[in-house]
Each structure stands twice: as C-alpha cells, then as structure tokens.
Design a protein around this ligand. Structure first.
Ligand code: GDP
Ligand code: IMO
Ligand code: MG
Length: 437
C-alpha cells in the first residue's frame, strides 16, 4: 500500500530503469513525476535492451498501469514514437498508459531556444540533453506554457500557439540571431496530436488519489538524480525540475503522508554527463576503464559519461534531502577486476576537512576528496543472486556504504539484466549493522 519513490541518488543514470522494471512486478501503478525526454531509462532482459524516455519503466508488466504525471514536460513527438515502439514490441498501452491533462508540452521553439542559449554560453554551457527541458519549465513557471489539455481544444491551441510562437520568434531572431519557426506549420503539426493523444489523457491526480484510497501500490519513478535537482543540485549545472522526493508530491499530486518508502538508487561508483563540478572524477586510465566496463555512454544522447569513485559526502547529502529509507546498489559488477577501490568520505577545503556537501559550485569545484581504500575482487559476480555469492571484498565494500549512510540495502544489481540481482530476501544481512560483519 502507499507510494514507494525511486530516486536517483547521484547525477542520474544510476540504473533507475532496471530497478523500476524489476519492482513493477509487485505494484499496481508506476508513475513518472518530473523531467521529460532528457531521461533515458534502460531495461534489459534476455538479449533485448530497450530505452524509455517518457513512458514509465513499468510498461513491460502488463498488469501495471503507467502514469505520466503533471510534473513531466511532455514532448508529443517523442511520446508518440515511444508508444509506437512499445506497441511494435507487442505490448498493449491502451487503457494502461495515462497522461496528465496538466502536463506541459515541449514545443519546437523550446529546443531551438535551448540550442541557441547553450551556443551563446559557450565555455559556461550546461551541456544539456537538447530536449527543450529548461525552456519548457521556464514557460510553465512564467505561466505562458501550453499544456496537454490545450491540445484537446483546437481554437484555444491555435490562439495560444500563435501568441507563443510570435513571441519566441522575436527572441530567437532578436536575442540569439537564430532562425525563427513557421507559425502555421507548427500549428498544423500540433493540432494533429490531439487525436493521437486524446485516448491517454486524464486527470491523473484524481486517478492516483482514488487508487490510494483503494489500497493500490504505487511506484513513483524519478528521472535524473538528486544532484541535478534545480534547488539541491550543483546549480546552475542541473536540470530544471525536482528529481528529489518533494517532486513526487508536486509532480503527481500525491500527499507526502502517502509515501512509505524512499529508495535511493546508487551506482557503485559515480558518473556525470554534461558539465559541472565532480569532485571524485577520474581523468585517467581507471576512469576510462569504468567507462568501458560500465558502458557509460548516455542512453539519450550517446555522450561519454564522466566517471569517478563513489562519493559519500554527496550521497549522505542526497540521503538527507530525500529521507532515503533503503538503497539499491547498482553496477557492482563493473568494479570487478580493479585491484584497489576508493570511496570519498570527506572533502578538504581551505585547509580544513568537511563532510558537508557544498552545492555552491564555486566551493565544490575546489574541494579535494579524502579517500579510504578497499581491496578489490577479481571473481565474476554477474551470476550472484545471494549475499553469500559475493566475494568477501565486495561484501565489505557494500557494507561500508550501508553503515556510512545508515540506510539498509534492499537490492544489489550485478548486471544489466532483470535477473541479475541480489535481493533482500536473499540477503537479510543487509539491514544496518550495529557492528561486526
Ligand atoms: P537510468 O537513467 O538511471 O535508468 O540509467 P541508464 O539506463 O541511463 O543507465 C544505466 C546503464 O547501466 C544501462 O545501460 C543499464 O542497462 C546498465 N545497468 C543497470 N544496472 C546494471 C548493473 O548492475 N550492471 C551493469 N553492468 N549494468 C547495469
Ligand atoms: P536519467 O533519468 C543523466 C543532465 C544533462 C545536463 C543537465 C541539464 O536518464 O538519469 P537538461 O537536458 O535536463 O536540461 O540537462 O542534466 N541530465 C542527465 N544526466 N541522466 C539523466 O536522466 C539526465 N537528464 C539530464 O546531461 O548536465
Ligand atoms: Mg539514464
């Protein structure tokens, strides 16, 4: 009963898609609450790999209803493509994919403005995914956005679009020296979406409220990660939404009192894609090795991800902001074969040691990580299903993490596939220890 929120505890790409897919087997509803097609959530079974950008990662479990909440910014072109892909794979979406009538739409001018702005920022560019996310949220909060509900009324849509495109064209041409967009062409294109999207659109907060009253179990799927949160992340090198736990309430319309579990997804090392400070980044052969072994290339843009050691200062901060009640550790297998593993436990700054995460970038750019070292392991762990299957050194590593964060570990992922998981039932020893092993 109630809501289990799935949160990326780092800079995104922690393996949320895999864990949400896995947990979807035991819930009634899977709901995305923020972000847009900047997300790339990968799901693997057998030899098949699928990447979802907007549709919740529960879609491949046919008993589950999938909800795209009001907090998501929806790209109509991307959602239609994704629905087509899911149908082509033989999965039904009719009646089991619901889209909030209040979600805001990504428009072609959002992408155009983002591209022009990033180009103008040059060396201080954020390194966005180019999916129009920032400008769409700007319009939402400026109260000039166009929402899904507007698609269903052609006259209103035409009027709002015309006004918006004329204004954006003036900005594109006047400020960014970029080409404007053709008003009539966009109007025609977007007017067509109304029929396509109509069957999916509903008041999803009402739907979720009723589901909660009926005792249904809801999995809330966060996109991005806590350190990309617009308030709590490494601003301005962040996304424009709230991947942290509060975003679940505002992005779905579920009350905080309905949340019973907050699961932090933690990659066994750190990655970041795009620009911004990254204290434990490894700009060396070990970083390259993590990138290759972990397949660390963006699921949305294909960009190489920056790689580094695990950062407990950042993770403690993410745990505090989100009130994490459990952890799922992913990609532990990627560390196999490294002789020595390091974990950052504090930062040194201005001659002092601190365990506070300074989200202001000026400080974060200057901190020096203080590390503790661990012995690595060389055994293949991709077949591990129980705690006892893991080599001693791997167990020591995850137990250190559990005790340093004071949060129990409910799952350890040992490969990209659904079945590659050590779960709590098989590993009761993962609750927080009071000493010893
Ligand atoms: P998300 O955005 O948090 O859903 O993560 P992504 O899908 O962008 O990136 C995670 C990548 O790691 C994907 O390619 C997954 O298939 C893969 N992955 C997930 N869990 C594991 C794991 O335990 N081991 C390995 N080797 N790969 C994993
Ligand atoms: P998932 O859900 C990793 C990063 C971008 C950029 C910054 C702002 O797959 O974990 P945006 O396009 O959102 O304005 O870009 O945020 N970013 C992500 N990094 N995983 C993601 O999503 C991301 N979504 C955005 O690289 O640094
Ligand atoms: Mg991703």
């Amino acid at each position: 009963m109630g809501v289990n929120v799935i949160i990326g505890a780092q800079w995104g790409d922690e393996g949320k898609g895999k864990i949400v897919d896995l947990l979807s087997a035991n819930v009634d509803i899977v709901a995305r609450y923020q972000g847009g097609a900047n997300a790339g959530h990968t799901i693997c079974w057998g030899d098949e790999t699928f990447v979802l950008h907007l549709v919740p990662s529960g879609i491949f479990h046919e008993h589950a209803t999938c909800v795209i909440g009001n907090g998501v910014v929806l790209d109509p072109v991307a959602i239609m493509e994704e629905i087509r892909m899911i149908r082509d794979l033989g999965y039904d979406v009719d009646g089991r994919l619901l889209i909030s009538h209040n979600a805001h739409l990504i428009m072609p001018y959002h992408k155009r403005i983002e591209e022009a702005r990033e180009r103008m920022r040059d060396s201080s560019a954020i390194g966005t995914t180019g999916r129009g996310i920032g400008p769409a949220y700007m319009d939402k909060f400026a109260r000039t956005g166009i929402r899904v509900v507007d698609l269903l009324d052609r006259d209103t849509l035409r009027r709002k679009l015309k006004r918006a495109i004329e204004e954006k064209n003036a900005v594109l041409r006047g400020v960014y020296d970029a080409d404007g967009l053709d008003v009539e062409r966009i109007i025609e294109e977007y007017v067509e979406f109304d029929q396509l999207i109509d069957p999916f659109v509903t008041d999803t907060s009402q739907y979720l409220g009723q589901a909660l009253r009926a005792g249904k179990r809801i999995l809330a799927e966060g996109a991005q990660g806590s350190l990309l949160d617009v308030d709590f992340g490494t601003y301005p090198f962040v996304t424009s939404s709230h991947p942290t736990v509060g975003g679940c309430c505002t992005g779905l319309g579920v009350p905080p009192t309905a949340v019973d579990t907050v699961t932090g997804i933690v990659k066994a090392y750190s990655t970041r894609v795009g620009n911004g400070p990254f204290p434990t980044e490894l700009d060396d052969a070990t970083g390259e090795r993590l990138r290759q072994a972990g397949g660390e290339f963006g699921a949305t843009t294909g960009r190489p991800r920056r790689c580094g050691w695990l950062d407990l200062v950042a993770l403690r901060y993410a745990s505090m902001i989100n009130g994490l009640t459990e952890l799922a550790i992913t990609k532990l297998d990627v560390l196999t074969g490294l002789d020595e593993l390091k974990v950052c436990t504090a930062y040194r700054y201005d001659g002092k040691e601190t365990t506070r995460f300074p989200s202001e970038v000026q400080t974060l750019e200057k901190v020096e990580p203080a590390y503790v070292s661990f012995e690595g392991w060389s055994e293949d762990i991709t077949g591990a299903r129980r705690m006892d299957d893991l080599p001693q050194a791997a167990r020591r590593y995850v137990r250190f993490l559990r005790d340093a964060l004071g949060v129990r570990i409910s799952m350890i992922s040992t490969g990209p596939r659904r079945d590659q998981i050590v779960s709590e039932e098989a590993a009761p020893a993962f609750s927080v220890s009071t000493g010893g092993e």
